[in-house]
Design a protein around this ligand. Structure first.
Ligand code: EPU
Length: 449
């Protein structure tokens, strides 16, 4: 296999979904999107070869692979889903403009490359348009470890003169990406680092395991704190990606929304955490079938819920869009309070266009209103949906971002009639082989190339 081959399939123009039937069957989740690119970047912390397995066939990973290829790093597909990463030929630490605004990886590459090189240039960031998505914590962390960083008209440049220095750094908020930045900086820094208020998502725990297997010395402690003893160098590793808990929750939401029954494989039940209790609480059924499979269905008619997104172990922001489509089929008024991103509810319009009663508010509708970061701002970050709504299809919808994409697919599968969905590049950035998986669950989907 050659390194220029993509993992993901080509993105089609449209899906045409004939809705109205319950989804039935079983589906296997791919490796976690929000770990795979980070694992790829972590493999640059050594000169040695690493083998990453269970890598998902998604656009986001191919985007990051292309950045590495440009640096001179070889990433060869081995078999179906493994990548062999050889960073020994890395001969450039400046990622060029063609990669500008394509995903979140540049900011993580900035610190991972700085850990081993004196100067790094990365382009501007992209990713879903769901809020401001600041990177101030990342930049502050680089400075705290003794690096210099500045924004240019085309991206960011980081430099250091000596070795990075271990430090005590407290994140203002448990950001996933900024925690990864701190890990990449600390594992090769001189001396001890203490990181406080870190993110604890399952993908972070898996990344810490990978770094440990590369020789990093990391002690996790209570209260979102970790201590890292910096090493002179790390070694290559072999690491399997955990299953994608967001993909798993998406298929569970399809089962609940459509009134079907879906077995989701390739996912550790623990990685769905509180999601399982939310399913049970609205009247859904959850059966754990072994160490890596769960079955979801409706135990009784669904009833309303109030969900509030939060950092792990709270209700993940990436679960909320698919789950809200399920709640549109529940009796009563369901509430969502999005506390992680300030602008992630725009997708609800699609429900109101299709016959559901929906309202979005710029005030806090959740219990944690007092500590919501958006309480004094006027962001549209709370919403209600009144159910059960009889969804009807009405022509075409264009996907605005990744998770809204799967929410639209679920809404189309539930609505009576035909829906044409475009903007599939957003969906394919994070979900692999969606149309095949949908067909496997009995959803009537036609692909227009
Ligand atoms: N934030 C700051 N300053 C920073 C960093 C973050 O203010 O320097 C804020 C952000 O603006 C946001 C919040 O903190 O309001 C959380 O951001 P975080 O850094 O945790 O998000 P991220 O690392 O950019 C990852 C996932 C997201 C997921 C979040 C939260 C990847 C590639 N992306 O983003 O996934 O929603 O963590 O769990 O890992 C998705 O998969 O669809 C997706 C958006």
């Amino acid at each position: 296999m050659n390194e220029h081959q993509d993992l993901a399939d080509e993105v089609p123009s449209n899906y045409v979904i004939e809705g109205g039937k319950p989804a039935h069957g079983s589906v296997r989740c791919y490796g976690a999107k929000n770990l795979a690119s980070k694992a790829l970047i972590a493999s640059l912390l050594t000169n040695e070869k690493s083998i990453l397995t269970n890598m998902p066939p998604i656009g986001d990973l191919d985007i990051t692979r292309r950045m590495l290829t440009q640096l001179g790093v070889e990433t060869i597909i081995d078999g179906n889903s493994s990548l062999v990463v050889t960073p020994s030929k890395l001969d450039d630490t400046s990622i060029g403009m063609p990669h500008s605004a394509s995903n979140r990886s540049p900011i993580l590459l900035l610190s991972a490359l700085l850990a081993r090189h004196k100067r790094v240039d990365v382009p501007l960031l992209g990713g879903c348009n769901i809020g401001e998505r600041n990177i101030d914590f990342h930049l502050r962390a680089i400075e705290a470890f003794g690096g210099e960083v500045f924004e240019t008209s085309v991206g960011f440049t980081a430099k250091r003169s000596g070795r990075l220095q271990g430090t005590i750094f407290e994140l203002p908020y448990p950001s996933v990406g900024a925690t990864e930045t701190c890990l990449f900086l600390a594992v090769l820094a001189e001396g001890r680092s203490v990181l406080r208020n870190i993110a604890q998502e399952p993908e972070i725990a898996a990344l810490i395991s990978m770094l440990r297997s590369m020789g990093a010395v990391i002690y996790t402690g209570p209260e979102r704190e970790i201590t890292i003893e910096g090493q002179q160098e790390l070694r290559g590793t072999k690491m399997e990606m955990i299953g994608d808990r967001i993909e798993a929750a998406s298929w569970a939401s399809l089962a609940l929304a459509s009134g079907g029954e879906v077995t989701v494989k390739g996912i550790r039940p623990d990685d769905l955490g509180n999601f399982l209790s939310h399913v049970e609480a609205i009247g859904g059924g959850v059966a754990i079938e072994g160490t890596e499979a769960l079955r979801f269905w409706r135990r009784r008619p669904l009833r309303r819920a109030a969900i509030e997104t939060d950092v792990w172990p709270g209700f993940s922001t990436d679960w909320q869009q698919p789950f809200m489509i399920a709640l549109s089929q529940a009796g009563g008024i369901s509430v969502v309070h999005e506390t992680v991103y300030e602008d992630r509810l725009g997708y609800l319009d699609v429900l109101s266009d299709r016959g559901a009663e929906v309202e979005v508010y710029d005030t806090c509708l959740g219990a944690s209103g007092g500590r919501c970061r958006y309480k004094s701002a006027q962001f549209p970050h709370s919403g209600i949906v009144v159910g059960p709504a009889k969804l009807r299809s009405c022509g075409e919808i264009v996907i605005p971002d990744l998770r809204a994409g799967l929410a639209y697919v679920i809404a189309a599968a539930v609505a009576e009639g035909t829906t044409r969905i475009s903007g599939l590049h957003h969906l394919h950035r994070g979900y692999g082989e969606v149309s095949d998986k949908l067909r496997g669950l009995g959803v009537d989907v036609e692909v227009e190339v």
